[in-house]
Design a protein around this ligand. Structure first.
Ligand code: HEC
Ligand code: HEC
Ligand code: HEC
Ligand code: HEC
Ligand code: HEC
Length: 374
């Protein structure tokens, strides 16, 4: 993904967010179920009807740029992704493939279905037809395209980016089904946001328009996420420190301009703000930390068909919701300078409360700074 193009995309998004009069676009809060679940499924079994027409099966032969973007994306690596593999080996459930390798006919994906993860056909082919978001005249160099507005709807993404914990029935210990407690809620977070009311869709931020050689524009299939500079532009930190009679009063404001909570998505993610006085002998002892995360606890329930079951539910959520600005204050000992850093972390287990600095499997400093005490 070209970072320069990406900055242009965020400039467009920021201009829409800054619009003084909030537009009030209707938001379909059930679209993840009506559209998303019509295209995709969460459960044990392959996605059916997505076999591409044989003569067009190698999409990348003609759509080379899109194919190269997708190959490097987490969609193109949804099964081979090392972080996924670690967690799958710990919890090797057949239902994992319904989102991470949807075309696998085997319970244990292998070959092309594993290599390609969420392949072109998963999103574009049903009943032997190739679907796009708009109608266009048939191009003699290509194939017929069925137009469906579903592809341009956030509910389409919600087919996988919104789901509940799968539950473990106490009787028949292997049969699992999606329970009532939400695990990932990126679609619902979006549907509740001002960004959604302004008409900013998932696609506007995650599939920014690309153009090359003055040709037809296309939408990026690199699906930039938290590892790209999209995140750097969306989350903003401001810091101030004042000397008072009691010590040093520090104040932070952290703003999330993404179209959903930050962090969103899977349960292995958290953000950690660390603040400490600079140059005092026991600066580290004065370290202050704030976690933006969800905390999950065990939950139980019962179903008429499966009997009692166990699952997880959210007990606490300190993440920044879409558009939220959080003010955080601390009183530190007297000092002249304050150092701070905001970490974006992926944790090895779904308990994001672990605070040892060495424990994340992947860590990136989103923003850091040093300020003089006023
Ligand atoms: C033989 C070459 C060829 C192959 C193979 C091929 N396509 Fe196409 N496709 C084209 C051409 C040419 C067009 C029309 C011009 C364009 O938009 O690139 C097109 C158009 C499309 C469109 C509509 C584009 C728009 O602007 O609305 C979609 C979606 C699409 N293809 C998806 C696929 C998928 C998915 C595959 C693999 C299953 C595939 N294509 C395989 C040549 C091909
Ligand atoms: C995760 C779902 C997903 C995957 C995987 C995916 N696409 Fe798309 N693609 C979309 C969506 C959604 C759109 C329409 C965006 C819009 O119009 O708002 C699109 C648009 C297109 C278009 C129309 C031109 C454009 O970019 O607007 C083509 C051509 C295309 N995709 C080809 C491919 C090919 C080839 C692959 C595999 C290399 C692929 N897509 C993989 C979701 C996907
Ligand atoms: C078939 C299920 C499926 C659909 C449909 C789908 N996604 Fe995803 N998406 C995933 C999975 C699974 C991952 C994570 C893969 C991994 O890390 O193992 C992912 C990852 C992502 C990421 C993170 C990419 C990164 O590199 O950090 C973004 C952003 C994203 N999806 C956006 C979208 C958008 C926007 C749409 C709709 C146009 C969409 N997805 C449709 C399943 C899906
Ligand atoms: C206004 C822009 C915007 C909109 C709209 C938006 N996102 Fe995002 N998204 C971001 C930003 C910025 C990030 C990075 C912050 C974060 O990781 O939470 C992000 C992160 C993500 C991630 C985490 C990626 C990772 O690497 O783990 C996923 C998944 C995702 N978005 C999916 C979606 C889906 C699905 C929708 C629509 C329902 C959507 N987004 C709507 C801006 C947006
Ligand atoms: C209903 C769809 C769905 C199912 C079922 C599902 N996932 Fe995911 N998974 C996703 C989506 C969407 C993301 C991307 C969220 C993000 O990037 O924050 C994801 C991301 C992940 C990640 C983070 C990858 C990374 O690089 O950060 C791991 C690990 C993971 N899933 C493991 C699993 C395992 C193990 C299973 C089965 C026990 C499973 N998932 C079942 C949709 C699903």
């Amino acid at each position: 993904m070209n970072p320069a193009l990406h900055r242009i995309a965020w400039t467009v998004v920021a201009a829409r967010l800054a619009a003084p009069a909030a537009a009030d676009e209707p938001v379909d809060r059930d679209a993840w179920q009506t559209i998303g679940r019509a295209w995709f499924r969460a459960g044990d079994g392959p996605l059916r009807g997505a076999e591409p027409p044989a003569e067009y099966a190698d999409c990348g032969r003609c759509h080379a740029r899109i194919a190269a973007e997708w190959r490097g994306s987490l969609h193109g690596n949804a099964w081979s992704d090392p972080l996924f593999q670690v967690s799958y080996r710990r919890e090797p459930e057949p239902f994992c493939r319904s989102c991470h390798a949807p075309l696998s006919p085997e319970r244990e994906p292998s070959g092309a279905a594993a290599r390609d993860g969420i392949s072109c056909a998963v999103c574009h082919v049903r009943g032997g037809e190739i679907y796009g978001s708009r109608a266009r005249a048939r191009d003699p160099a290509g194939h017929a395209v069925q137009a469906s507005k579903d592809l341009a709807n956030p509910g389409f993404c919600g087919g996988c980016h919104q789901f509940g914990f799968f539950v473990l029935p106490e009787r028949r210990g292997v049969a699992r089904f999606e329970g009532p407690y939400v695990q990932q809620a990126t679609f619902a977070e979006w549907a509740d946001s001002r960004q959604a009311k302004l008409g900013l869709r998932c696609h506007d931020c995650h599939m920014p328009p690309q153009r090359a050689d003055g040709g037809e524009p296309w939408r990026s299939h690199a699906f930039p996420g938290a590892d790209s500079d999209l995140l750097l532009q969306a989350v903003q930190v401001q810091a101030q420190a004042h000397a008072t009679a009691e010590g040093t009063q520090v104040e932070f404001t952290v703003t999330n301009r993404a179209g959903h909570a930050y962090p969103t998505g899977d349960l292995f993610r958290r953000a950690l703000l660390e603040v400490r006085p600079t140059g005092t002998p026991n600066g580290d002892a004065e370290l202050r930390q704030y976690l933006f995360t969800r905390v999950f606890i065990r939950a139980t329930g019962a179903s008429p068909t499966h009997g009692p079951w166990t699952s997880n539910r959210i007990a606490d959520d300190t993440r920044l919701q879409a558009g939220e600005t959080r003010r955080l204050t601390w009183l530190l000992p007297r000092t002249e300078r304050i150092q701070w850093v905001l970490w974006d972390d992926k944790m090895p287990t779904p308990d994001p409360r672990q605070t040892a600095p060495s424990s994340p499997t992947r860590r990136r400093a989103l923003a850091r700074g040093e300020i003089a005490v006023q």
